[in-house]
Design a binder for this molecule. Structure first.
Ligand code: URA
Length: 299
């Protein structure tokens, strides 16, 4: 039987557990795999580990991932993914509708009731009349302080990516799938990724933002945003490289800018950049020869 990176990873984890190891440092890709397994397990499914060799433990063989046929409802959070009837947008301008959503998000009961998110609501930034919407996971320390998404180090990286595309923050709309910073005990500047419950609770807000903005293109920054928005099970590496569909809007999945802070090498930068080139081409943006060559290995 063939071993895949997923199954090797699982065996590696099994061997760590057997040795009594309780801490390990993980690459972003490994985190993605774990996140996907976790999300799948939370939904009562089994973790996806294609062609997994028989496990040393008695764990049942995982089922292959099921990709829904095009046009069918996604598997995770299907109700929230279609803008739900629990939110009725007012008549008015785009700004008025966004203000309504912002006010609603501030006291959004499904999120508040979890008691696992902090109090400060961080909504969105940028130009609502844009064609390009970028969605990340949740505010962190700096975003909470400034009440604006992507203003910390990941935000600086995002600004660089936008600049390379010939764009700036005020030409696009930047938001997060979760509107509050996920809480931790004795929290200072440390952050954590949102849980599936936190994502599920906040999903109606971002889905309505999308409905108001009606972007021509969405970029999902990182696995949390991608899995939450699309409901597809997969790591960023398995979801990037093509366009997905969210209620008729093309979605490009790429690595989170903070991944590039950790894996600062031209190969990883090039992967993100190829996603951005694809977005630019699909949106009919001009792409220069210089731009096409960014982060390619030097001859
Ligand atoms: N990471 C995110 O996903 N969103 C932010 O706003 C900041 C960091």
């Amino acid at each position: 039987m063939t071993s895949t990176p997923n199954s090797l990873f699982r065996h590696y984890l099994d061997s760590l557990i057997q040795r009594g190891t309780t801490r390990a440092s993980l690459t972003e890709e490994a985190r993605d795999v774990l996140r996907t397994w976790y999300l799948t397990a939370k939904k009562g499914g089994r973790a996806h580990s294609p062609s997994s060799p028989s496990s040393p433990s008695s764990r049942p063989e995982p089922e292959p991932v099921k990709t829904p046929p095009p046009g069918t409802a996604p598997e995770l959070f299907p109700e929230e993914r279609k803008p739900s009837s629990s939110i009725t947008l007012p008549e008015g301008t785009m700004e008025e509708k966004l203000q309504y959503l912002r006010d609603l998000a501030q006291n959004w009961k499904p999120a508040r009731d979890l008691n696992s998110l902090r109090d400060t609501m961080v909504f969105a930034t940028g130009n609502p009349h844009t064609q390009l919407m970028l969605i990340g996971e949740a505010p962190g320390y700096y975003e909470e302080v400034q009440r604006e998404p992507f203003v910390g180090r990941a935000g600086e990286k995002l600004n660089q990516i936008l600049k390379a595309m010939g764009l700036s923050r005020d030409m696009v709309y930047i938001s997060n799938i979760v509107k509050f910073r996920p809480a931790l005990p004795n929290q200072r500047t440390n952050n954590r990724a949102p849980t599936p419950e936190e994502i599920e609770a906040c999903l109606p807000i971002i889905m309505h933002e999308i409905q108001v903005i009606q972007p021509k293109m969405i970029i999902a920054l990182g696995g949390t945003a991608a899995v939450g928005l699309l409901g597809e099970q997969g790591s960023v590496s398995s979801m990037r490289g093509r366009f997905h569909d969210l209620n008729g809007i093309p979605v490009r999945v790429t690595y989170h800018p903070s991944y590039l802070l950790r894996s600062d090498n031209p190969r990883e930068k090039r992967k993100v950049w190829e996603d951005m080139l694809a977005v630019m081409e699909r949106m009919g943006m001009p792409v220069s020869e210089k731009q096409r060559g960014y982060f390619l290995p030097r001859e």
